[in-house]
Design a protein around this ligand. Structure first.
Ligand code: TRP
Length: 331
């Protein structure tokens, strides 16, 4: 089975944007690929962050992923910092990565402009990402548009290392991007991509009341000012969400009733809220179950890290050897 690696930052709770855009895809892929899913807590400290909430956010992300259907019987789910080989390989890769390449990354340019003094970790972020992927010699990486450039750099690091330390042989296979159907989930503000930091999300574990309280004031067709004004579903983000959460007949009904002003926006949102609530109910149930048994989550993450360390250890033994380090007395 070809191997897939994917990482997600521990932003705390998953939201429907992450779910529709990435996690649902992973849940599908775990049936046909050998999947490694990593909560990348070490990436999450490259910007300003709160040390006091990192472990909670990491935990909640792991619970969210399990509740959303990542199956530890099929996929290997683990926390990046539990496998120290990631940073070891990152250091080794740092020695073959040109600074110029790191400096021209769009994400780096974007984020570094907000700092007076730029942390080196922000610059080296993509080197850690390359280590994540190559440590397991993954064949495929499901990524969104925004990570394609980082993956391209991973491939360059891969080629460079292979050239210098494997005589050009494919010790590390060049990982390919697995671009899924581009889903750009717009937040409830109707403008920006759904993102926790913008507060325009619906959490995957939100209660029916929370879902309704967030949907009720959400932006619709801005030209539809009064109840009797006909609307244009094609410019309404609530309509886009219906396409993900409502059956096709409802989607048609929504569009018709929007154009004819048969429904007001509130009527339309009520139907959406019901369907979102129904779709998320099983996830909420599984999350509640896991939260009631934290020992089970500890156990699953422990087993995931153990499996990952075994694979990482095999790679690192050979990497250290090829790079010429004095062998350690290994156990
Ligand atoms: N940089 C990715 C993001 O912000 C997260 C990530 C870290 C990742 N390591 C990875 C994604 C390895 C894919 C593969 O979304």
């Amino acid at each position: 089975m070809p191997r897939i690696f994917s990482g997600i930052q521990p932003s705390g709770e998953l939201h429907i944007g992450n779910w529709l855009g990435a996690v649902q895809n992973w849940v599908r892929l775990q049936h046909t690929y050998d999947c490694l899913i990593c909560v990348v807590d070490q990436h999450a400290i490259t910007g300003k962050y709160e040390a006091g909430s990192l472990s909670r956010r990491t935990w909640e992300m792991a619970v969210g992923l399990l509740a959303a259907g990542i199956d530890p019987e099929r996929a290997t789910l683990f926390v990046q910092s539990h496998v120290p080989e990631h940073v070891e390989l990152m250091w080794l890769f740092n020695t073959v990565t040109p600074i110029g390449e790191l400096e021209r990354m769009t994400q780096f340019k974007d984020k570094s402009s907000r700092y007076e003094s730029v942390p080196a970790g922000l610059l080296n972020y993509p080197v850690l990402m390359a280590a994540d992927i190559l440590l397991y010699r993954a064949d495929l990486v499901p990524v969104g548009e925004d990570q394609v450039q980082h993956l391209e750099l991973t491939r360059e690091i891969c080629r460079k290392w292979n050239q210098e330390f494997a005589g050009g042989a494919q010790f590390f296979p060049e990982p390919q991007p697995l671009l899924s159907e581009a889903k750009r989930i717009i937040g409830l503000d109707g403008q920006a991509k759904m993102s926790k930091s913008l507060g325009n999300t619906i959490g995957l574990l939100d209660s029916p009341e929370e879902i309704w309280n967030k949907l009720r004031p959400a932006k619709t067709d801005p030209a539809r000012l009064r109840r009797q004004d006909p609307g244009n579903p094609d410019v309404c983000n609530i309509y886009s969400l219906h396409k993900y959460f409502s059956p096709p007949e409802t989607v048609t009904l929504v569009a018709d009733n929007c154009r004819s002003a048969g429904w007001g926006c509130i009527d339309c949102k009520k139907v959406l809220a019901e369907n979102v609530t129904a779709a998320l109910a099983p996830i909420r149930e599984r999350a509640a179950e896991l939260t009631a048994h934290p020992d089970r989550v500890v156990e699953l993450l422990g087993a995931g890290a153990e499996k990952a360390r075994r694979l990482a250890g095999e790679t690192m033994r050979e990497v250290r050897d090829r790079m010429g380090f004095l062998p350690r007395r290994d156990t």
